[in-house]
Design a protein around this ligand. Structure first.
Ligand SMILES: Nc1ncnc2c1ncn2[C@@H]1O[C@H](COP(=O)(O)OP(=O)(O)OP(=O)(O)O)[C@@H](O)[C@H]1O
Ligand SMILES: [Mg+2]
Length: 414
């Protein structure tokens, strides 16, 4: 404070020019209630006021604004600062008596108070404020100084932001539902196609009742198996989307491969495609969710069958090889289709990337998600001789010791 300015004048200056609403409150007329309050231990005072709301209301009514600056007039929607003088606090605190109660309690112990609250302006507008109260004394007279900063705009922005965030979260939930739906549609389409093939075969055999009943039974059983598989797939896709509660067990990739190839066998035959298992020399087991790994293999075979549609039926072939190297179990799928062309080579694992009119572009994205969940990988290249596509799956091999601990859960080596 400059030495040539007397304190009162300086106080005046601060009061007038500070860009926040400032008030001096006169509480003289409620001195009796204050003394009653101060007779109590400090920690009981707020409870006392809580239990006696009429006393608090009386204090608010008797307390008046003794001084206010222009900012205070703006905040409380008063025509002038002067017009606020002498008005009681009742109206301003009418929405948040709890804040007034804390202010009175703090004041009674000579403490400061700062909190976010709301005051009611003269035109009834509710204004969000940062409220600060300081009990001071000047020339032996106790005074209450109050400062308020209007934070309504900030509050509005926060509310808007919260709404946008809520909308966003909702949109994200809808989007993940959309993804779930798309994944489900994709993954159940294979078992459904297989059911249709088995049904057609069963109907054909029914026309030859003398010889065909055993075949009918076989196909009807297959239909049951495919239906169970569709249900299992739905379960897995749901788990993949909402949680990672996958059921891993120690198993031989060869046996999963066998099961998966049996599933797509009818579709391959219908597409005049020969599936050859070329090499099969793996002893290590892997930790895998059988249904999920089957899904990967089925998706790869279906893709290869699609790719082979553009080639001569008599030469269509998919070669599967199972090998092991440096603790990695490797399974490759080679087809003699057109290979990866254009952007496909770089984008084929992107969700919704497809070059097929009816494709969803989800098969390989699902494969990659599953492989990553198995700490494995999936890669795709053109075959070195330029005659088709090679897809490679890699799984970490389990150490023999791990394998032994889990051995009873898996199937034997294939
Ligand atoms: N064996 C393959 N040979 C040639 N291109 C392939 C092969 N496998 C995949 N692709 C290419 O990768 C794209 C993406 O495959 P992905 O399985 O993700 O989707 P899709 O087969 O097109 O549709 P869907 O979601 O129905 O499976 C295919 O559209 C195709 O262009
Ligand atoms: Mg596909």
């Amino acid at each position: 404070m400059p030495a040539n300015k007397p304190p009162d004048e300086f106080y005046e200056l601060v009061f007038r020019t500070m860009p926040i609403a400032l008030f001096r409150i006169d509480t003289e007329s409620s001195a009796d209630i204050r003394s009653e309050l101060m007779a109590l231990p400090a920690e009981l005072r707020e409870d006392f006021l809580l239990a006696r709301p009429e006393l608090l209301a009386d204090m608010a009514r008797r307390a008046t604004i003794a001084e206010a600056n222009d900012r205070a007039a703006v905040l409380l929607r008063a025509p002038t600062a002067k017009s606020l003088i002498g008005t009681s606090l009742t109206h301003y605190w009418s929405r948040r008596m709890d804040s007034y109660r804390r202010s009175v309690t703090a004041r009674s112990s000579g403490q400061y108070l700062e909190e976010e609250t709301q005051v009611v302006a003269l035109d009834g507008t509710i204004i969000d404020v940062i409220f600060a109260m300081a009990p001071v004394s000047h020339a032996g007279r106790p005074m209450t100084l109050v400062g308020m900063v209007d934070i309504s705009d900030r509050r509005r922005a926060e509310t808007e932001l919260a709404k946008v965030q809520a909308d966003f979260a909702h949109a994200a939930r809808i989007a993940s539902l959309g993804e779930l739906t798309a994944s489900l549609a994709h993954e159940v389409s294979q078992p459904l196609a297989a059911i249709r093939l088995s049904q057609e075969a069963a109907l054909r055999w029914l026309e030859k009742p003398a010889t065909g009943l055993e075949q009918v039974r076989l196909h009807v059983n297959r239909i049951g198996g495919h239906a169970t598989r569709a249900a299992n797939v739905i379960d897995r896709v749901r788990q993949m989307t909402f949680a990672s509660g996958a059921a891993r067990q120690c198993c031989a990739l060869g046996s999963i491969l066998e099961d998966a190839l049996a599933l797509v066998g009818p579709q391959a035959r219908a597409a005049y495609t020969n599936i050859v298992v070329a090499a099969h020399s793996v002893r290590s087991l892997i930790l895998a969710d059988r249904i999920e790994v089957e899904q990967v293999i089925v998706n790869l075979i279906i893709n290869a069958l699609d790719a082979l549609k553009s080639t001569e039926p008599k030469s269509r072939e998919i070669t599967v090889a199972l090998t092991e190297s440096d603790g990695v179990v490797i399974c490759t799928f080679c087809d003699n289709g057109p290979g990866l062309t254009g952007t496909a080579e770089h984008r084929l694992f992107d969700r919704f990337f497809t070059t097929k009119p009816e494709g969803m572009g989800l098969g390989l994205a699902i494969c990659r998600t599953i492989m990553e969940a198995h700490n494995g990988s999936i890669t795709a290249t053109n075959r070195s001789d330029g005659s088709g596509t090679r897809i490679t799956l890699r799984f970490p091999a389990l150490h023999t010791r791990d394998a032994l601990c889990h051995a009873p859960m898996g199937s034997g080596e294939g």
